[in-house]
Design a protein around this ligand. Sequence first.
Ligand code: ADP
Ligand code: MG
Length: 251
Amino acid sequence: MIQLDAVTKHYGTEVAVQEVSLAVAAEQTTVLIGPSGSGKSTLLRLMIGLTRPDSGTVAVDSQQLTTANIRSVRHRMGYVIQEGGLFPHLTGWANASLMARHLGWSRDRIDARIEELTDLVQLAPDRLEQYPSELSGGQRQRVSLMRALMLDPDVLLLDEPLGALDPMIRADLQDDLRDIFRRLGKTVVFVTHDIGEAGFFGDHVALLHEGEIEQEGRMTALVNDPVSSFVTDFIQAQRAPLEQLSVEDRE
Ligand code: ADP
Ligand code: MG
């Protein structure tokens, strides 16, 4: 579905993405995980053509991204940027319907789609009259997701969509999102730095380290057959709930 071949991207002298080759399978969820600065967001931006590679190629459905076709390819992709990226001066409704209005959809068609989407993401329709600052974090992310889904894209690219939420709201949204991905059969690329979340969503997980893919495969393979001490360290860096307790305390 999305194919990156030996993609490299520098910012000045800094390498953000180094010779990355990755195949994103259709109708599956591919998770990009890794520490801050490892190149996750840059990879997403390369996939949607917001950043152009210095070398290497990005293809969507075997069609190489070029300046000529980027706009049409982008309309087939929904993108939720880190922090949600809703426009603060627009209501939820105006944010969610932005692209559809830009493309000249009729009011009836927009209303019908908005109704489907509020149902899908389980947002009370009256919430859409509010501005982003009047919504809770979880509601804002539901609106961001509606905006990304508005044009019914084949591909969803989500950059740490749940990163800013408190744990219980996050768990709720994780359940809802996984259900939505499965029901709609979308091709999803999901960025997180949370191992548990990666395992929960990822049919396929790619662990990034300093702009390179350190290891990719199923989460169980990363846990059981790590290819390097970096993989082991990254996975072990996230503590289990009882780790701080002494042996007597646990009994
Ligand atoms: P992640 O999403 O994994 O935290 P990023 O893809 O945002 O990582 O960043 C990878 C590297 O590229 C970092 O070192 C970051 O500082 C650098 N970088 C990313 N975007 C830019 C930019 N627009 N200008 C300069 N450096 C950037
Ligand atoms: Mg990032």
